[in-house]
Write a protein that binds this ligand. Structure first.
Ligand SMILES: Nc1ncnc2c1ncn2[C@@H]1O[C@H](COP(=O)(O)OP(=O)(O)OP(=O)(O)O)[C@@H](O)[C@H]1O
Length: 261
């Protein structure tokens, strides 16, 4: 019997955060285990991106304790590959996929160095893992939304991270690209922890291992199912899901209220 204790990748204890007095997270607790594949869901403005930034040490909470791989995130954030939300803003930048991935090897103090053989090997491996090596010389604007996102994930992988945090990676990716992207993430999850902010509830039951509902409070469900209660809690309105499996297959008409605006 395999009874090895699971190791902690990240944790929050009693964390509260406000932007200029506007409270976004209130006394939240979280324990993310290594090799988890967790989806962060919740309404717009619920605090999902803020949560990721706190875990990465990009924002400091007003109170509470944050640990990333057992230490303060300022010391360990380099162990996490981060794919932020608005990365598509730069899609017309005239740069090849390979150049983008090589940037994942840059570090503070190493900004203007020549890439080493190890840097090139790591970039090749990362592009290969995302099945983008054949496209390495293409400019970013020549790639589809899904391919571009795979390049950005390869960039995050180039530093051989122990975890990957992604903020809405499938925004501006077509349906086929989304499935493809999540399949890649599932493969990566055999080696690394994955935390992904998503509004795409359909992917949850097929790919993820746990679901984190964030809406000022935080509830971590250690199961891949999305339950009606979870949706009500996350979205403050009755939602049903169109998808495969044991979930209801019905699209509801708009029922009024701020969530339908
Ligand atoms: N830099 C900032 N300064 C002030 N307020 C901010 C800042 N960033 C976010 N907020 C506000 O904090 C709240 C939470 O934002 P956050 O981006 O964490 O939510 P989210 O759940 O990721 O939303 P979305 O699904 O729309 O991306 C929102 O009300 C947002 O307007």
């Amino acid at each position: 019997m395999n009874s090895q204790p699971t190791k902690e990748a990240a944790s929050l204890r009693g964390v509260s955060f406000s932007y200029n007095g506007h409270r976004v997270l209130e006394g939240v607790d979280l324990r993310l285990e290594e090799r988890d594949f967790a989806a962060v869901i919740g309404p717009n403005g619920g605090g999902k991106t803020t949560l990721l930034k706190i875990l990465l040490g990009l924002l400091r909470p007003r109170s509470g304790k944050v640990l990333l791989f057992g230490e303060s995130p300022e010391r360990t954030a380099h162990l996490v590959g981060y794919v932020p939300q608005d990365i598509h803003a730069n899609k017309h930048f005239p740069i090849s996929a390979l150049d983008v991935v090589l940037m994942g090897r840059l570090r503070p103090g190493r900004l203007f160095h020549r890439y080493s053989r190890d840097d090139h090997r790591a970039a090749e491996e990362a592009l290969d893992r995302m099945e983008m090596w054949p496209e390495r010389h293409k400019r970013m604007e020549e790639l589809s939304g899904g391919q571009r996102q795979r390049v950005f994930i390869a960039r995050a992988l180039a530093s051989n991270p122990r975890a990957l945090f992604l903020d809405e990676p499938t925004a501006s990716v077509d349906a086929m690209g989304q499935t493809d992207l999540y399949s890649h993430l599932k493969d990566l999850n055999e080696q690394i922890t994955i935390l992904v902010v998503t509004h795409d509830l359909m992917v949850l039951s097929s790919y993820v291992k746990s679901v984190i509902c964030v809406n000022r409070s935080l509830i971590h469900h250690h199961a891949p199912e999305v339950t009606p209660d979870m949706l009500r809690l996350g979205y403050r309105c009755p939602v049903e899901l169109l998808g495969h499996g044991h979930l209801p297959h019905r699209v509801l008409p708009c029922h009024g209220g701020p969530c339908c605006e």
